[in-house]
Structure formats: C-alpha cells, structure tokens
Ligand binder design. Structure first.
Ligand SMILES: Cc1ncc(C[n+]2csc(CCOP(=O)(O)OP(=O)(O)O)c2C)c(N)n1
Ligand SMILES: [Mg+2]
Length: 889
C-alpha cells in the first residue's frame, strides 16, 4: 500500500507546530498509516491523562471513505450496463410521462429514481441475491418514490406486461395498471415492503435484520449470508423513525443490515440542508450510533484532479461549499462551476484549465459512479460486527437535462416533448423521434447483448427481484376443545382477561408443533401483563445470551435472557415493537415460517402512537395479534389522562384487515384466539386481530352452550331477563358488562323492570357485516332483502336498547342504523382521570347506576315508565343530573 501525505504543511503555522506535523508526516510515509493511527491514539490518551479534554470527532474530510488505491476493479461490463440503465431510465420516464399526457394530474415522477438508478443497478447486477439455495434471498426496502424505475426494469425483463405498465397509476381500469408505490396489498406477487410513508421503511429494516437473527438463533431458519438493504432519501432522514433505531443496529451487531442514503441534497420543497452538508450531518449521526460509515461523494473523474492538486485547495474548497451551492452547481452548468467553484482560487482554475465546461459539468458524483458504488457495496457486504450505511452523493433528476437539480424537480411529471427527444439522443437510444415525442415504451430484441446480460446477471444472483411469493402455510391450529381450561370458567376465582390471555399464550407456547412459532413482544410491560412466568418458561431473546447473573436468580421467576429466548422484550419503544411485530407477522411470506406474533402493549400507546406503522402492517399483509392491555378508560385505576384509552377501537376500525374485539370473559378471548389462529394461519386469510384486554379481576363464567359463532360475529344474549319478558335490552362489553349485569338486577329488583343482557364482543365487526349486507340490498332492489346479523341476533327483542362500554359512545353508535329502537349509548367520551374504578365509572356515567337510570329515563320518554319515578331514581342511585357532561371536562 502506498501512503501519501500530499498536502504540504502550511507556511503560516508556527515553527514548532510545523516540526510536529512534519515528524508525523514522516512516520506516516515511512511506517504506514497504522503507525500514524497508533501515534494519534497514544497522544489522545496522553492528553486525557494531562486533563485535556477534546470533543470526539464525528466527521471526516468531505471525500470518499475508500481511497482510490484501495479500490478493486469493476467486475461488470460497464458499456452494457450503461446502456441498460439508459433503457430503464427511458421506460420509466415514458411510463410516467405517458400517463400524465393521458390523464393530467395522475402524478408520479422520476426525479427520485433518476438519482438512484446507478445505486440500484449496481445492486441488481452484482449484489442483490434473490435466493440462497432454497432459502429466500436478500430483502430490499426500496425508496418508495423510485417505483417507476423498479417497474421499468421488471418490464424490460418481461416480468410485467405492457398493458400493466401503460396503465401505471390506473389500477381500476379493465386491465389494471401498476400501483403508484410499493404496496404488497395491491401487488402481492411483487412488492414485499411498503415504504412510501417515509421513515417506516428504515425503521422496519432495522428490526427486520434483528428478527432475522432471532429466527437464526432460535434455529427456525438456516443461517445465510442474506442482507437487508434499505434505500432511503436524505430528506427521509428527518423523520424520527428513520434514525430512531440506529443504536439497535450496533447493539445487536447487525452486520446483515445495509442502509444506502441517496443524498441528492434535495427533498420536495428544496434543499435538505441548504446551509450545511447533509452528508456530514448523517456521518456524525451514524458514526455516533456506532455504524460503519462509507461515504461515496466523488466520482472517479475527480480522482485525477485530486492527484494533480498539490495545494490541498481542492478539498478545502469542497469543505467550504454548502449543499445549496452544490445543488446550484448541478443546476447551472459547467461555466458556472468553473467560475463559482474552481474560480475562488487561481490554483484550482489552473487545475481545470484544459477541461471544457462540458467536461467540468460532467465530473461525476459518487452515487453515479458504478465503480465507486461497487466498492462501497463490497465493503458493506464484507463488513463484520455491525451495520453499514453508505452515504452516496447524487443529483436529483440526474440525466433529465434542464430539470436536473432544480427545486421543482421532485414534482416534474411532464417532461417537455423536446426533452424526451433530447434524452433519446443523449443516451443514444434507437428510438425514432416521433416515438420519443410520444413517450413510447421501448424494449430491445430478446437476444440483444443488453437483454441477455440483464437476464444472465439476475440468474447468476438467484432470480428476479422484487418478488414476493408465499408458500402454502403448513399450520394446524388447535381445536377449541383444547381450550377447555379457559372455556370452562374460573370456578369462582377472580381473574382478568389479561391473565386469561397470558395463560392461553403459555399453553400455546407449550404446543409441540406450533409452540415455537409464537412470538411474544413487549415494550417493557411484561410485568404489567403478568408475563413473569412466561419469561421463566421461554426466556427473553438476547443475541449474546445472559452475560450477568441476574440479582433474582434464586427466585423461581427470575429474569431469564437466552440466546434462543422466545420473548422479544423491546424496551420502551412502541414503534420498535411494532416493527418487530411487522417482521414476525410477515415472516410467513418473507422467511416461509408462519410466526405468530402477540404484541402486548398499553392500549393507549397503540394506534395513536404508531398508527401509520399499523397501516403499513396491513398493507404488508401482516398476520398476528395486537393484544391491547390495560384497556378502557375506567378499568385501569390511578393512571389518568394520558393512559386511559377510550378510543382505540374506533381507531383500529379504520384498518380494513384488522378484526377487533373487546371481550369481557376469558372464554370469549379463547374463542377469538382459536378462530384467529385458524383463519390467519390455517386458512391463509390476510388479516390481523386487535383484542383489548383488561386488568380487572372477576369470576369468569363458563362458556354458554352454542355461543361460539355469535361471540365471533359480535353479539349474543348472555342473560335473559330474570323475571319474564324483557322490556329493555342492555348491551355490555369488556368489564363494563359486569356493570350491565348489576344494572339488570337493580332494574328488576328495585324498579320492576325486566331487561335482557347481551354481551357485545365487537361493534366494529357487527357494523362491517351490516354494511356489506346493506350494500348488497342497495345494489339488488328487485330481490328479497337480506338481513344483517345484528338484526337477526336481536330477533324479537323488545324495548329500548342501552349500550354501555369502556370506550367512546361512537363505538356502539355504529349499530344505530339497523336497530328498530333508538340506541342509547353510554361511553367514556372525554379526558381520563386518575382515580379508582368506582369513581371513574360514576364520572363517565358507565356504572350500573348510570345504566339503570338511562334505561328508566328512556322508558319514561317512551311512555312506558313514570317520568317522576325515573327522575327520583337518579337521587336514589346517586346520579347527579345537573353536573357537567364528562365529555367536556
Ligand atoms: C411520512 C411522509 N411524509 C411526506 C411524504 C411526501 N413526500 C414524498 S417524497 C418527499 C420528499 C422526499 O425527499 P427525499 O427523502 O430526499 O427523497 P428523494 O426524492 O430526494 O430521493 C415527500 C415529503 C411521504 N411520502 N411520507
Ligand atoms: Mg433527497
């Protein structure tokens, strides 16, 4: 290895300092850089001993991390690859342009892709494995907005037919076109990862890499050299999600993880850091988080300039410029670069005096130089012991001529026809001017060298990508008989639905065949949910085992960490836990192992905290159980406003594949879990479950005969009126069902009013079914009307309907259109309070007394009960009729 210290010691340094530097230079030149590093380390140590503190350095000079002399030659055929890249760029542009010509405003752009193309092409041609033997290959999280380029490549390879491409962003036509962005829900055989909501891709990628290790350490998949590549925008790094989990990468030594940041210096409105340099900023962040950082800033043509510059001024000038200037250089052309960049120092002008303006303009950025990219990827792939980030400097809108590097280039959908002709000429594509103007797609003949090359490269890397293929899942869900311990009731013992769930989960984990597939996930709430026994049973996953003796080792339920532990204890990160849930819930497709995640968390910190990730989970066709603990606004005592959840059911109802339940009893929980396992894993339905569980203890009754189907559909009559025909119908869910049962007694005993009690396990599901029946009726006016299940279930039930829930009134209100009588909903609208259940339920007017008085009041209004008695009941039962509405307090 040759080492150069090419920058001469500056003349204005004091004599003593110069001598020191010259001595250092001599050592480096004579003994090599390792000795230089050793000396520096020793000096640093000495300085520390002398009490001199120095801030640690987290940025290195604004040059490529890999020096030219360490590069290996490029293994591909650059001539062919350049041509292929041009073809891909062309078809991507034609696709987007064509669509916008046809349908003004349909959108899409290729500015992101044009900056990313070479970074992707080097990957596709040399790195991205589609498989490792019979094992799945690398996972790639693509920058969502680069999808036109990915489609274009797949189109050239014959993987997407022309009509689909021509109907890009027209998914609802007779021949459905390609979806705008990566959505596995919409293109389940193509996309694996939804990434277009920015920040979610990178975060999921980190946890995916970790989950892969988890599966390996637990012996559930073979160890392969598989990598997880995440391509992200520099603007995207502003999302807290993007950078939020970097330390996990280092902590877990995830050398299967590679981030590539496409630093085109722009986001949508303008520069990412006009007044600074995003690459420096990101280098510091990633280095600080312990990542291996590889900067790919300058292309090979700069190497020659560096070699000729003996003044050190080239680097100095580079480090003077901010990103706003770098963007302007690429937008304004060669003459501008000559005067504004090189022109600052006569020595630099001299350096480029033999170059034309055009030559200067075409000095490449690293992210457009295949050789530089190849070397960076190679190092990243070979790097051991931690994750790597590649910071690649690119140009937004690269190759698009006049719209390159403009603030508005992100929005560029329509390229002027002349620019299309210009593009074809510039890239020397054999497309007639007329076709170019019309933005026609172009595919070279099958046996042309470029097509042959493209196919060959992919075949040598194990197949085509992106691709999502789901094997037939081999999974037998246990039958309901197996859950008799939970359907049989608690024989008077007071337990909570949470305890019931945890014991079911422990039972499932003991199952010989499917037990190992269960993945309990907790964000530091294991104890809250009574998971100690499960921790002892299966251990917490710790990639390096347990290096310490836990203080409670002598106890039965000690804190057990294991290399093959089954529980993912994520610490306090709902977003990270959701990312683990996503990796596990899509493992059936990605790893071909049907993992069953149970993510247990504080229900309040669910959708309202990580809702977009849940949406993406659904898009990814995720399966699993979101177990929302400490649910309800009045059941968890003491915690108050920011803990008490009275609305998550409303929020979860928005996700089309999410089935939500609010069970009151452990047998309901057992029925729902068993059915969920069967439907998702045995019958292959792409859905997931949201189940609230509470921490109130009470005796769990035995499952009523024949109630299974109705529990699943959402409602069943739990307890008919004790003394004859009911004149009112009471609905209850979760622990509030107990209040409703108490109300039934008070009504009968004190007021002679008979009422039936119904357990409602899911208003959301009842409404969905009713809506689909109603739709059918709407579309078939000539045919006999079908009846929604809620109507059939209620049958001849008479009288007003009073629903009480620990959730907002809007939850039961969903049924209103189908009920014969007007529904009276009692729910927990308003901010929570810290108090005990008795006071909370009185405050929110969901206790038995509130249910009784609401029933009497409604009967009175209907002329079926004495109004004065209804008013008097308020006093008798301690209901303050004049207080303010808790919904506004
Ligand atoms: C969460 C989220 N917020 C906003 C957007 C809208 N959006 C789409 S692209 C874009 C700019 C992207 O900039 P950058 O990450 O630098 O990517 P580039 O296109 O420059 O490669 C924005 C704000 C989005 N897709 N997701
Ligand atoms: Mg950008």
């Amino acid at each position: 290895m040759t080492t150069k210290v090419s920058v001469p010691v500056q003349n204005d340094f004091p004599q003593e300092l110069r001598e020191w530097i010259e001595a250092f230079d001599e050592l480096v030149v004579g003994e090599g850089p390792e000795h230089g590093a050793e000396l520096l380390a020793a000096l640093k140590q000495r300085a520390r001993e002398a009490g001199i503190s120095q801030p640690s350095e987290l940025t290195t000079p604004y040059v490529n991390t890999i020096p030219k002399h360490e590069e290996v030659p490029y293994p591909g055929d650059r001539k062919l690859e350049r041509r292929i890249e041009a073809l891909i760029r062309w078809n991507a542009m034609a696709m987007v342009h064509g669509q916008n010509k046809k349908d003004h405003g349909i959108g899409g752009h290729i500015a992101t892709y044009s900056s990313l193309a070479t970074l992707l092409e080097v990957g596709f041609n040399h790195f991205f494995h589609a498989s490792y033997g019979d094992q799945p290959g690398d996972f790639i999280y693509f920058q969502g907005h680069a999808s036109p380029g990915i489609y274009s490549r797949a189109f050239l390879l014959g993987r997407l037919d022309e009509q689909r491409v021509l109907n890009f962003r027209h998914e609802l036509r007779d021949t459905p076109g390609l979806s705008s962005y990566p959505h596995p829900w919409l293109m389940p055989d193509f996309w694996r990862f939804p990434t277009v909501s920015m920040g979610i891709g990178p975060l999921n990628a980190v946890y995916q890499a970790r989950f892969m290790r988890y599966l390996e350490h637990r012996g559930l998949i073979q160890q392969t050299p598989r990598k997880i590549w995440a391509f992200l925008g520099d603007g995207e790094t502003d999302e807290v999600d993007t950078l939020g989990a970097l330390s996990l990468g280092r902590r877990e030594k995830l050398d299967n993880l590679i981030f590539v940041v496409n630093c085109n210096l722009q986001r949508l409105d303008g520069p990412v850091r006009g007044n600074g340099r995003i690459i420096d900023e990101l280098e510091a962040v990633f280095l600080g988080a312990g990542w291996n950082v590889i900067k790919v800033i300058w292309g090979s043509d700069w190497d020659e300039l560096f070699a000729r510059d003996h003044t050190g001024l080239l680097l100095k000038r580079m480090e003077e410029c901010v990103d706003g200037e770098y963007q302007a250089f690429k937008a304004k052309g060669g003459a501008y670069i000559r005067s504004e960049f090189f022109g600052k120092y006569p020595e630099l002008l001299e350096l480029v005096k033999d170059m034309s303006d055009d030559d200067i303009f075409h000095l490449h950025r690293g992210g457009h130089d295949a050789r530089k990219i190849y070397n960076a990827y190679k190092r990243a792939v070979e790097h051991k012991g931690g994750p790597t980030v590649i910071l690649a400097k690119t140009v937004k809108g690269y190759g698009l001529g006049s719209t390159q590097a403009r603030n508005a280039s992100h929005q560029e959908k329509k390229v002027a026809d002349d620019a299309l002709v210009d593009f074809v000429r510039r890239y020397d594509l054999p497309i007639p001017e007329e076709d170019a103007r019309a933005g026609k797609l172009y595919v070279p003949g099958k046996d042309t060298p470029e097509m042959t090359y493209m196919h060959q490269r992919r075949q040598s890397l194990g197949g085509y990508m992106p691709k999502r293929d789901v094997p037939k899942i081999d999974f037998r869900a246990p039958e309901l008989d197996e859950f008799s311990e939970w359907t049989g009731g608690s024989r008077g013992r007071a337990v909570s639905t949470t305890m019931g769930f945890v014991s079911i989960l422990r039972h499932l984990m003991k199952d010989e065949t499917i037990g190992k597939l269960m993945v309990p996930i907790v964000p530091d709430e294991g104890r809250t949910f009574g998971l100690e026994s499960a921790i002892r049973q299966v251990g917490i996953y710790a990639s390096e085992g347990q290096k310490y003796k836990p203080h409670d080792v002598d106890m039965l339920l000690y804190y057990r960490e294991e290399k093959n532990g089954q529980i993912l204890e994520e610490g306090i990160t709902e977003a990270g836990s959701m990312a683990s849930f996503t990796a596990a819930g899509t493992a059936y497709a990605n790893y071909r192992v049907p993992m069953v995640p149970f993510y247990m968390y504080y229900s309040m910190f669910g959708f309202q905290r990580v809702g977009d990730m849940m949406w993406a989970f659904a898009d990814a066709r995720g399966k699993g159980f979101l177990m929302a603990g400490t649910a309800g606004r009045t059941t968890m005592t003491g915690e108050g406003l920011q803990h008490q959840d009275g609305h998550s059911h409303l929020l979860m109802s928005v996700i089309p594949t999410c089935v939500s339940y609010d069970p009151a009893y452990v047998y309901e929980m057992a029925v729902i879990l068993q059915d969920g396992l069967k439907r998702m894993y045995e019958q292959g339905e792409d859905r997931f479950y949201y189940i609230t569980m509470y921490n109130e203890d009470y005796a769990m009754p035995e499952m009523p005969e024949g109630s299974r189907e109705d529990i699943l559909r959402g409602i069943y009559r739990l307890k008919a009126a004790p003394g004859g025909k009911a004149v009112a119908q009471l609905f209850g869910s979760g622990p509030i069902l107990n209040e409703v049962l108490r109300a039934q007694e008070i009504l009968a005993e004190k007021y002679g009013v008979q009422a039936d009690v119904w357990s409602v396990t899911s208003y959301n599901e009842l409404r969905r079914e009713a809506l689909s029946v109603e739709r059918w009726n709407r579309l078939h006016p000539t045919e006999a009307e079908k009846v929604p299940y809620i109507v059939t279930a209620l049958g001849r039930a008479k009288g007003p309907m009073i629903a009480a829930t620990d959730y907002m009134k809007a939850i039961p209100d969903q049924l209103a259109p189908w009920l014969k009588e007007r529904l009276v909903s009692l729910g927990t609208d308003g901010f929570g309070r810290s108090d005990n259940r008795e006071h909370l339920r009185r405050h929110f007017e969901v206790n038995a007394e509130a249910v009784v008085t609401a029933t009497l009041s409604k009967l009175a209004r209907d002329g079926k009960f004495d109004t004065k008695k209804a008013q008097a009941a308020m006093q008798e039962l301690g209901v303050d009729a004049e207080r303010d509405d808790p919904a506004h307090l």
